[in-house]
Design a protein around this ligand. Structure first.
Ligand SMILES: [Zn+2]
Length: 345
């Protein structure tokens, strides 16, 4: 696996788009939130933001020579090969960047799930498995631009794998099962195609991004983009301090996650809000709770407050609202109203 390191626009240098940045940070801090859907017009910097997030993440420890980058500290999640290592040889590990894997439209299923390694089959007569994109995305992010245009059979496949955290390949005489736990990041323009509800449900958070309408912001966007294009190294160096600081907050936030207190009143507000909106099942409540907790951790709070809940409510719930034919107001407005009705203004 070769990777070319390209200079990436710094996360801290992205102008505005606070909802998107917050959602990405929450999902990076606690992957159990379950992925982010970024909806908006073309050219609003969706892909830039996702690449920037990848560059921001602290490296992770991975077992050397493992094709799935297994976590040396989490034996339960190991692949078959790591499990079959002789018990007396402790696996060597090293720090690697968190993978952010692109899943391009029109990709073949073989490329996604992996396939028989034809070269080895032909030259050595060995039935070996050539891992696909799902293997590369293990423990990282799987990014699908224009996710709403993805073919149905790939959507079904992703829904299955994202739910189970495992990729099972049974074809061409192969039978392989390997870990495939990733955070799904999708972006798309809702005007170009609807997303199936089952796939929507796999995204913990969803954000709308728009071209900035404030003149000063637009000017700043152009200025920074131009500065970056003219001298990438200098621009990255200029923003390094801000990005480093953000990375430290992310690491510190993760450490707080397991001990973070969620008072009963906040849980009650979470449930009330979801009841008010009539969201189905428990997933809405769980996601809302996790996102509020991640935000509290990121902000170094001692416990989760209702204010955290309010700030992530739209992102956690917007894509879970059922259509109301009598209510033409946008989903954001419906959530604002529900917050006011359930929790007061
Ligand atoms: Zn492994």
């Amino acid at each position: 696996m070769r990777s070319v390191v390209r200079p990436v626009f710094p996360f801290s240098a992205i102008v505005g788009q606070d909802d998107m940045k917050l959602a990405l940070i929450c999902a990076a801090l606690d992957p159990s939130i379950g992925g982010v859907l970024v909806l908006g017009d073309r050219g609003t910097g969706k892909s830039t933001a996702i690449r920037a997030l990848a560059a921001l993440l602290p490296p992770m420890r991975a077992i050397v020579d493992c094709r799935y980058a297994c976590d040396p500290a989490d034996e339960d999640s190991w692949c078959t090969e790591c499990r079959e290592r002789p018990a007396n040889t402790a696996p060597k590990d090293r720090a690697i960047p968190v993978p952010v894997v692109d899943l391009p439209l029109g990709v073949t299923e073989d490329r996604v799930v992996g396939a028989l390694d034809l070269e080895r089959a032909l030259s050595q007569g060995v039935k070996a498995f050539e891992p696909g994109l799902l293997a590369r995305a293990n423990r990282g992010f799987l990014y699908i631009d224009e996710v709403n245009l993805l073919e149905d059979h790939l959507v079904d496949l992703l829904i299955d794998v994202a739910a189970s955290g495992e990729n099972l390949v049974e074809r061409e005489g192969l039978s392989v099962r390997h870990p495939a736990r990733f955070v799904l990041i999708g972006s798309g323009n809702p005007e170009e195609g609807e997303l199936r509800p089952q796939l929507l449900d796999r995204f913990g958070l969803s954000v709308d991004i728009k071209t900035p309408t404030v003149l000063a912001d637009r000017i700043e966007v152009i200025k920074r983009r131009d500065e970056f294009e003219r001298d990438k190294a200098a621009f990255i160096a200029k923003w390094k301090k801000a990005d480093d600081q953000l990375r430290r907050r992310l690491v510190a936030g993760r450490k707080r996650l397991s001990g973070m207190v969620i008072p009963d009143e906040v849980l009650e507000s979470t449930a009330k809000l979801c009841m008010q909106l009539g969201t189905d099942g428990l997933r809405a409540e769980l996601t809302l709770m996790r996102a509020a907790r991640a935000l509290a951790c990121f902000e170094q709070a001692d416990s989760v407050a209702e204010s955290h809940l309010r700030r992530v409510a739209t992102a956690a719930l917007r894509h879970r609202l059922r259509r109301d034919p009598l209510d033409e107001s946008g989903s954001g407005a419906r959530i604002d109203r529900a917050i006011e009705e359930a929790l007061g203004s």
